[in-house]
Design a protein around this ligand. Structure first.
Ligand code: ADP
Ligand code: MG
Length: 605
């Protein structure tokens, strides 16, 4: 028997690896099974070349748990290793690789222990095992069996082995802290997670884990819609069916395969959490592609498989990696092509899918100039006439006009006033549209204005405007405005009385476009609506509205009631425009009750 020292400088490298990789201990099974599959694949290649003469078709990986002896054995019928190969590949190269890795990334690893996938391969076994034994026999006809064992210190044993047939057995003597892996259910779950798409049969305790070729390996022309749907259901069993998909298949200048699905309404807008599974040569690597793909594609689901994505490096490195950048822009182009071709060939379907794709289009436009150029023609808006349009189309219909818009759920009676005058406005949703609107103003040299961002002249009815001056030299409008202003006595709220053409609209609160955008922006960054953002408001009251006229009449006889009504009118307008904090709604309701009580009293008298 030979006793050798591992070619390594640090005595304590294994404890260090163990500690750093602790958070991602699970990957040992992925690494060892993928090594086994590599070895099987080599047999396949040698057979094709005629270098191995056996007609044996039994290429497989078997994992066996022995609970009593606390071992997990990963056995394969691959090419095996000679004693020289064990020395070279296991003892030297891997160790020096690990050492190099640790030296290189030491500072990063210390900062952020979960930097992802270390690719330490064979040595990840020491995350769960105190001792690892190898029994192996090379495919070469004159090779003899080899035994290797190392207890994680820097010495190992190498000796004649007992393996009678070609292949390798890795025996892990599981340490005390890793007993969970001796549970069949735990290990099975991990094997399914990491290895379900590997190309050779894989067994656990004699039972197949039912792994098979992933759909992305097939050529798109061979896949039916049902194949795609079934594959999605297998990947995301809890999800409703997706709306459409893209099959990626690139060989040059990088290798990329995969299927990306546009999911049905996403329940959450958590765009940092990706649902695109990342594979490397069919081995599952991660549930999350957020280091590789731009944020706006995080809504997509599916799987991508590319051996060209470096797996053992940090995020900041990934973002400058040339392959990763090319790959990411390729995917982005595919996504925009899919969207625009659907828009051109089946506008109806595109519109019906809009709620599901809207976020991808809008975030993509905001985050990626190239994406904007490709999808701009299919950026659609629902308008106040309940049809769908684009901004250029709007401008064609309404030349030299501002582009009026309003959040769909907040248009209330102001929307009615615009509709009555046949003024078209677009529905927006508050979440991204504030930023989008500013972006489009720059791009298209146009001006957007929310319908409550100013009082548009077209809403006025000049014929009923009261221009007569009384003895104080004031119009009746100016007087009621000043009474209401005093009644409200709120800093930063101006009151103006106007003759509006829609009588049923008692008033509206105008919040300047720029200030509102700033507020929306602040809300977005704060993560909560900021209704009471300090800004000037103008309360326009409609002199043609009965309630306003009633306040005017009650002013002298019942000043208190008139004052309450004025305050209430303001509250109602805020409520209609969804400008109240939830906590204020309560107060408004109790004030409202008081006003009604007073009015009821008045009626009795
Ligand atoms: P990598 O797989 O990236 O080369 P590993 O540390 O996982 O690095 O493995 C080191 C080397 O050990 C492999 O390249 C291979 O030559 C050899 N090896 C590991 N496991 C096996 C196995 N089951 N059968 C044959 N050779 C193996
Ligand atoms: Mg490996």
């Amino acid at each position: 028997m030979k006793k050798n020292t591992l070619s390594i400088h640090s005595e304590n490298i294994l404890p260090i690896i163990k500690k750093w990789l602790y958070s991602d201990k699970n990957i040992f099974i992925r690494e060892l099974i993928s090594n086994a599959c590599d070895a099987l694949n080599k047999v396949k290649i040698l057979k094709e070349q005629g270098a191995i003469q056996s007609d044996e078709s039994d290429l497989k990986v078997s994992v066996q748990i022995d609970k009593a002896n606390r071992t997990i054995t990963i056995a394969d019928t691959g090419i095996g290793m000679t004693a020289e190969e064990v020395e070279k590949y296991i003892a030297q190269i891997a160790f020096s690789g690990a050492e190099e890795f640790i030296n290189k990334y030491k500072s990063q690893v210390e900062k952020d222990p979960i930097i992802g996938h270390f690719g330490l391969g064979f040595y990840s076994a020491y995350m769960v095992a105190k001792t690892v034994d190898i029994q192996t026999r090379s495919y070469q006809p004159d090779a003899s069996a080899v035994f290797w064992s190392c207890d994680g210190t820097s010495t190992y044993e190498i000796d004649a082995g007992s393996k009678a047939s070609r292949g390798t057995e890795i025996v892990l003597h599981i340490d005390e802290e890793s007993s969970e892996f001796l549970e069949e259910s735990t290990l099975k779950e991990l094997m399914i997670r990491f290895c379900r798409f590997l190309p050779f049969p894989i067994e656990l305790n004699g039972q197949s884990i039912d792994n098979k070729a992933p759909l992305w390996m097939k050529s798109p022309s061979e896949c039916t819609d049902n194949d795609y749907l079934n594959f999605y259901r297998a990947l995301f069993p809890m999800d409703p069916d997706p709306i459409f998909w893209i099959h990626l298949n690139v060989d040059y200048p990088f290798t990329l395969k995969g299927i990306l699905y546009f999911p049905k309404i996403h329940r959450r807008f958590d765009s940092k959490e990706s649902s695109i599974k990342l594979f490397c040569n069919r081995v599952f690597v991660s549930d999350n592609c957020s280091d590789i793909l731009p944020d706006y594609l995080m809504i997509l689901r599916g799987a991508i498989d590319s051996p060209d994505i470096p797996l053992n490096v940090s995020r900041s490195y990934l973002q400058v990696d040339k392959n990763v950048r090319q790959l990411s822009s390729h995917i982005s182009k595919k996504v925009s092509d899919r969207l625009t071709s659907l828009y051109k060939t089946d506008r109806e379907k595109f519109i019906s899918c809009w709620p599901d794709v809207e976020m991808i289009v809008k975030l993509g436009i905001l985050q990626d100039e190239k994406f904007y150029d490709r999808v701009k023609e299919c950026l659609i808006w629902k308008n106040s006439q309940d049809s769908w349009t684009t901004v250029p189309e709007y401008l064609e219909r309404n030349p030299n006009s501002k582009i009026f818009y309003a959040p769909e759920d907040r248009t209330g009676s102001i929307g009615k006033a615009y509709r009555e005058k046949n003024i078209e406005f677009l529905y927006s949703n508050a979440f991204v549209d504030t930023a989008l609107v500013s972006f489009l103003e720059n791009k298209l040299s146009c001006k957007f204005q929310r319908i409550d961002g100013a009082l548009d002249d077209s809403l006025l009815d000049e014929t009923r405007e009261k221009t007569v001056l009384d003895s104080d030299g004031k119009t009746s409008g100016a007087k009621i405005a000043s009474f209401i202003r005093q009644s409200l006595s709120k800093d930063g709220v101006e009151v103006e009385a106007k003759s509006l053409s829609l009588d049923s609209l008692p008033g509206m609160v105008i919040l300047k476009e720029e200030e509102r955008r700033l507020r929306d922006y602040m809300s977005l960054t704060q993560g909560k609506p900021m209704m009471n953002f300090l800004s000037k408001k103008t309360f326009i009251v409609n002199t043609n509205n009965k309630l306003v006229q009633a306040i005017e009449r009650l002013q002298r006889k019942q000043p208190e009631v008139a004052k309450d009504l004025a305050c209430h009118l303001y509250d109602l307008s805020l409520l209609a425009q969804k400008e109240l904090e939830p906590s204020e709604v309560e107060q408004v309701i109790s004030r409202h009750t008081v006003v009604l009580e007073k009015l009821a009293d008045l009626y009795q008298e």
